[in-house]
Design a protein around this ligand. Sequence first.
Ligand code: MF3
Ligand code: CO
Length: 247
Amino acid sequence: MISAKTEEEIALLRESCRIVKECLAFVGERICAGMTTKEVDALVYDFIRASGAEPSCLGYCGYPASACVSVNETVVHGIPDGRVLQEGDIVSVDLCAYKNGFHGDGARTFCIGEVSPEKKKLVRVTEQCFFEALDGLKAGTPLYDIGYKVQRYAEANGFSVIRSYTGHGIGREMHEDPSVPNFGRRGTGPRLPENAVLCIEPMIAAGGWRVKVLEDGWTAVTLDGRPAAHYENTVVIREDGTEILTL
Ligand code: MF3
Ligand code: CO
C-alpha cells in the first residue's frame, strides 16, 4: 500500500526534512581530510539534537550511530569509527531526523579535497540519476519508471546500479511502503498517488553492482572494491510534479 499524506502531515514532514537538509549542508561545510568518521557523526548528532529532533538512525535495529558515513567502496551503512578521512576520498553521509512524529531522510556524497576524475564523475552522475528520476515524475507515474530512469542514466555513463538496497516510502516510520528500486522496467509498477512521500536514493557503483556486508552486520561494500556513491532526497509526489523536501 502506497499511502498518501495529508497536507498537515506533509507540513510536519517538511519540518523534519528541513533539519535534514540543513544538517547535510552543515556537514558539507565542515567535512575535510583529517576528520574521523566518528567526528562527522558527532556533528550530525549535535546538529539534530540542537534542532529539537532525534536522529532516527541511532538505535534503529541496533544501529549504533546517528549517521551512516560510507567511504569510497562502502556503498551504504558505514558505521562511524576512528577512520581518518583522506584527501581523495568520497564520503556519503546519510541521515534521518525525527520530529513531531515524522521522519526526514537524505544523503549526499562529499569529495574530500581533489578526487580522481572517475570519482568526480561518479558523484556527479549519481546526483544526476536522482534528477533524471524526477523528470516527468508526478501523480499517476508508474513506480518503476523511477528505477528505469536511474538505471538508464547510470549505465549510459558506464556505471552500475546497486540492486540490494532501495529507496522507500517515509512518514511516521522511517521505512514505509513502497520499496523504490533504482532499476526497473518503464511503465511498470503501481501508479503513484498524489501526496505519496518517497525517499529516492540512487546508489551507484563505478564497477560491478555486487555488494557484501561486513562482519559488523551493516557496512555494505562493493565486492570488487571499486567506489560507490549515494544521493538521496525525500520527495512529495504532487498532481503535476514533485516537491523536494530535503533540498
Ligand atoms: N537513511 C537510511 C535509509 O535511507 C537508513 C539507514 S539504516 C540505519 O534508509 F540503520 F542506519 F538507520
Ligand atoms: Co533513506
